[in-house]
Design a protein around this ligand. Sequence first.
Ligand code: ATP
Length: 314
Amino acid sequence: MSRTKKKIYTIINPVSGTRSKKDIPEMTAAIDPREYEVHILMTGYEGHATQIAKDAVRDGVDCVIAVGGDGTINEVAKALVNTDVVLGIIPSGSGNGLARDLNIPLNYTKALEIIKQGNVARIDYGVANGHIFFCTCGVGFDALVSEKVLNQSARGKLMYVKSMLDVYVNFKPEYYKVTTPDGNFSDTSFLITCANASQYGNNGFIAPEADMQDGKMNIAILRSLPPMNIAQTAIQLVSKNISNNSNLLEIVTSEALIERESEGVMHLDGNAIHTDKDICVKIIRQGLKILIPEEVEKPKFDPQSFLTNITRWI
Ligand SMILES: Nc1ncnc2c1ncn2[C@@H]1O[C@H](COP(=O)(O)OP(=O)(O)OP(=O)(O)O)[C@@H](O)[C@H]1O
C-alpha cells in the first residue's frame, strides 16, 4: 500500500542577499524523495512569501523552508505561527539575524543538514501594534535607518553605511515613555529596541542575553550616542558587550507600551513601517515551530571573528 508523502514547500526569495541560489531548488528537491514531496516556489514581489506560506498551511504542508534573509523569514514565519507547520531556514540574506541567533549555519549544505536532522523546537515571537516580528522591533535611530535603506534603489554595505551617516547627522532624539510590568523609562532616547533575538543580524548584538524561548523580550534603550562614543559602541555591539555601555538601559519583560510624541516609523526585523504614536509590544511564548541544530549552544565571543565583525559593521 502506498503511503502519503510528507509535503515540503521551499520558498526562495531571488533578490535577498548577494549569494547565488541557483543550486537550492535541486538541493531541497533531493530531500529523501521516498518520504517527501518537495515544491519549489520563487517569490515575485514583497509580501509574496506570506501568501505562499498561507497556501502551504491551507494545503496541509508539513514543513516550509524559507530561503532568504530576515525579511523573507518574517514573511514566511508569520503565516506559520500557532500552526503545526514547521519552519526550516536556509539563510541567504544580508544580515541573517535569526539564523545566526539560532546557530543555523550560513552554508547552504550545512543548513539543509539541520533541516534533515528534523530537530523541532518552539521559539517565541513578538507582536508590535499587530505586526509580527521574530528578531527585533524598535523605534528611533535604527528604525529611521531601515526606512532610509528601504527607499534606496542601490544595495550593499556602502549604501548602508551612507544611510546610517545621513540619518545620524540629521538625527533628533525623541521623547519616549516605556511602561512595562518589570520597569519603566521616560526620557529622550537614541533608540529603543525590543529584542526577542539577541542580535540585529551580522552579529550586531543589541541584547546579548535575549533568549528566544523564555517568553520575554529584552528592551534595550540607548539613551544617546555622541560622536565620540560611536566606535566604542560598534565594538561593544560585535563583542557582545553592549551592557557595558553607560548609556544603555535594559528591561526584560513580556509586554510593553512605548509612547512617543507623534506617530512615525518603526522597524520589524529590519523592515520599516509607519505606525501609531503609541506602540504596544507583546511576546507570544513558543508560538513558532522551527528546525534548529540539536545542540543549541550560543557561540561565545570569538576574538578571531572580532575583526571580521568590525569590518562588517563599520
Ligand atoms: N521577487 C522579489 N522582488 C523584489 N523584492 C522581493 C521579492 N521577493 C521578496 N522580496 C522582498 O525582498 C526583501 C528583502 O529580503 P530579505 O530581508 O530576505 O533579504 P536581505 O535584506 O538581503 O536580508 P536580511 O533581512 O537578513 O538583511 C523582503 O522585504 C521581501 O519582501
